[in-house]
Design a protein around this ligand. Sequence first.
Ligand code: MEV
Length: 438
Amino acid sequence: MKNNINGFSKLSKEKKIDWIAETYFAQPEKAVQLIKSYWNADAKLQQLHDDFIENTITNFYLPLGIAPNFLINGKYYTVPMTIEESSVVAAAAKSAKYWSERGGFKTTVLNSEKIGQVHFTYNGDATKLKAFFTKIKNKFYEDTNHTTANMQKRGGGIVDIVLKDKTALLDNYFQLHATFQTKDSMGANFINSCLEQFAKTLKREALAHAEFNAEEKNIDIIMSILSNYVTNCIVRVEVSCPVEQLSEKNIPNPKDFAEKMVKAIRIAEVEPYRAVTHNKGIMNGIDAVVLATGNDFRAVEAGIHAYASKDGQYTSLSHAKIENDTFSYWMEIPLALGTVGGLTSLHPMVKLALEMLENPSSTELMQIVAATGLAQNFAALRSLTTTGIQEGHMKMHLGNIINQFNATPNERTLIENHFEKNPVSHAAVVAFIENLRK
Ligand code: MEV
C-alpha cells in the first residue's frame, strides 16, 4: 500500500519530507519548497522547535497579538495572545480599555490546589483496606521524599492523600486521591512522579501486609495520573460599575444595555446550546493567553468545560446582575497554569510573552487569563446585544479577503472606502475587486 510506511520515525527530517511530498502531492518539489520555507533560518532555533515533538517537518505559524490596557487589581498589563481567529485580539483590547475606565478587573485566586489519583482495584474487606491505608500513609510521603524535597523548598509539595471507596460506581474500584501545591509550575511531571511512586508503595505494602488474605494482598494498579479537573484551583474575576457609567458612544442607553447583558447571560445559564457558544467566546481569550504563555490549553479547556457542567447541566461560566443601580459581572473558573518549567523556559516566544507580563507567578497568570476571558465574553455580548457580531467580524474578514487578492495599496483604499458604507460579504468583495480590475 502506497500510503503505508514502516519506520517513519527513524527517517531523517529530509527523508520524511521527501516521503510525504512524493506520497501526497501532485507537485512534490513545490510541497518540499513550501514546507522548507517555514523553517527558521537560525538552525539552532529550528532544532529547538524540532525537538519539542516527534516527526517534526516544519513550523506552523499562529499570530502573536497584543491586547494592552488590562487594568487588573490596579496594575496595567499588556496581554500576549496567540490565536488565528480575527476580531479576538481587537475585542479583548476594546474591552480592556473600556473596563480600565471603569475601575478595571478585580481578581482573586480562591485556591491553587492540584489533584492526582492512583486508580486501583482491591477485592476484599473495605474496612481492612482503610485500616491498612491509615497504617501506611506515612510511607507515601517517605517514599516520595526525593521527588518532593525541591518542591517543598519552594513552599509546595503533597497536601494530602485520601483513600476513596468508589465501589458504588464500579466493582472493587478504589483510589488514592492526592492533592498537591506546585507553586509556579503547572506540576504535571511532579504530580505524576509522586503518583507513580504512591502506586509502587501501595502495591509493595499490600503484599507485605499480614492482615490481608492472598486476594486482598493482590491490589491491581490500573493507572496513576493527575486530574485536569482542578476544582480547588479557582480564580474569580469581576468587573462592576454604576449602571449609568456603562454609557459610551455605542451604548446610548446604559440601563437597557445592562438589562440586555443580564438577560443574555441568563439565557446562557439556562440553555446549553447557547452556553457552549457563550463559553467558547470566553475560551477565545483564555486559550490565546494560555497558548502564548506556553501552557497546556487542552488541559485548561477540559477542566473548564467540566466545571461548567459541575451542577449536572452545562451552563454559562460568567454571571451578571444589577443591584442598587450597579452592574456586576463575574466569573469563577478552574485554571492550572505554570510560569516555570515546561515550555516556559524553552520557547523563546513564551519567554518573551512572560517577560511582557513582567514574569508573573502562576497565580498572577491565573488572574490575567481569567480577566482576558471575561473581557472576551463582554466584547462578544456587547456586540451580540447591540450591533450584532457580523459588523466587527466582517471588517476583519474584509482585510483577509483583500490580502487573498494581493490588493495594491490603492486598491485597498478603494475597497475599504467602499465597504465602510456597504455590507461586507465574500461575494460582494470579490465582485468589487473584479470590477476594479476590469
Ligand atoms: C466567536 O468566536 C465567539 C462568539 O460566538 C461568542 C458568543 O457568541 O458569545 C461571538
